[in-house]
Write a protein that binds this ligand. Structure first.
Ligand code: NAD
Length: 263
């Protein structure tokens, strides 16, 4: 078997599956032959699953409208995935929210809790609930999506940067615990051209009192590869980390960022 191929019958779970990067991840895994549980707080995820089923009729794709910060709902989700698919081989933790840009003196507790909740507590809930199923089924992997803003701080986004930095070290701790059975890694995207990226640019432009076009030009000019990435760039990296080709990689943080920050 080609190391880059998933095992026959691979079952994946993807959070944030109604979003820009999440949908690309589902497409890449389905193209590689995986059946996928699509999870998102947005109820549109069920429609996304149906639509993708039209593109990939040979694999099982099912949508689950679930808030990953809700302990009881996540517990139910784990039971449903086990009942519906019978096994689990990989988990991609893609769901996230960007914060509204604000200086620290104006960053209120509600926004802090919302951003930490989805970006850090959500991955904890999912890992807590799903790692026993992954371990039972002989291994597999978890790949969490952090950010280049988890590698270094960015003004007006303290909550988001703190959550994404926390996620990198959370993953290292869990990787050490779950080895050698389950591999756990993070991807750190740079600027990826999705609704979330546009929302962050708009929010920062407002905070700095400049236009959206100006802030976009100045942010993109900092990227050595000269442009924002596409969701497919992140999907390819998640596919790789979920495949046997990455069988000796755990606790790693993979930058997929056009060189915008080097580590
Ligand atoms: N777009 C970028 O430039 C960029 C850069 C670095 C990191 N990221 C990270 O990549 C991931 C995906 O981002 P995207 O650009 O596709 O954003 P997106 O807004 O298109 O998708 C995020 C998805 O997460 C879902 N979600 C939000 N809260 C949830 C919750 N509580 N439970 C379940 N689902 C929830 C949303 O409904 C949405 O569908 C995020 O973790 C983000 O922080 C994005």
């Amino acid at each position: 078997m080609n190391q880059n191929q998933l095992h026959a019958g691979h079952v994946a779970l993807v959070t944030g599956a109604a979003g820009g990067i999440g949908q690309a991840v589902v497409r890449r895994l389905a193209a590689g032959g995986a059946s996928v549980a699509l999870v998102d707080a947005d109820a549109r995820v069920e429609g996304v699953a149906k639509q993708l089923k039209g593109e990939f009729p040979d694999v099982d794709l099912r949508g689950y409208a679930t808030d990953i910060t809700d302990t009881e709902k996540v517990r139910q989700l784990a039971r449903s995935v086990e009942d519906d698919f019978g096994r689990l081989d990989s988990v991609a933790l893609v769901a996230g929210v960007v914060q509204t840009a604000a200086p620290i003196a104006q960053l209120g507790r509600a926004e802090w809790d919302r951003v930490l909740g989805v970006n850090l507590t959500g991955p904890y809930e999912m890992t807590h609930a799903l790692s026993p199923l992954l371990a039972r089924d002989g291994g597999g992997s978890i790949t969490a999506v952090s950010s280049w803003w988890g590698r270094s701080g960015h003004a007006y986004f303290a909550a988001y940067c703190a959550a994404k930095a926390g996620l990198i070290v959370f993953v290292q701790a869990v990787a050490a615990e779950l080895a050698p059975t389950v591999r756990v890694n993070t991807i750190c995207p740079g600027n990826i051209n999705t609704r979330m990226h546009q929302e962050a640019l708009r929010s920062e432009a407002e905070e700095r009192g400049v236009s959206y076009e100006d802030i976009k030009a100045s942010e993109w000019a900092k990227i050595p590869l000269g442009k924002a990435g596409e969701p497919e760039d992140i999907a390819e990296a998640i596919y790789f980390l979920s495949s046997p080709a990455a069988s000796y990689i755990t606790g790693a943080s993979l930058d997929v960022n056009g060189g915008v920050v080097f580590h």
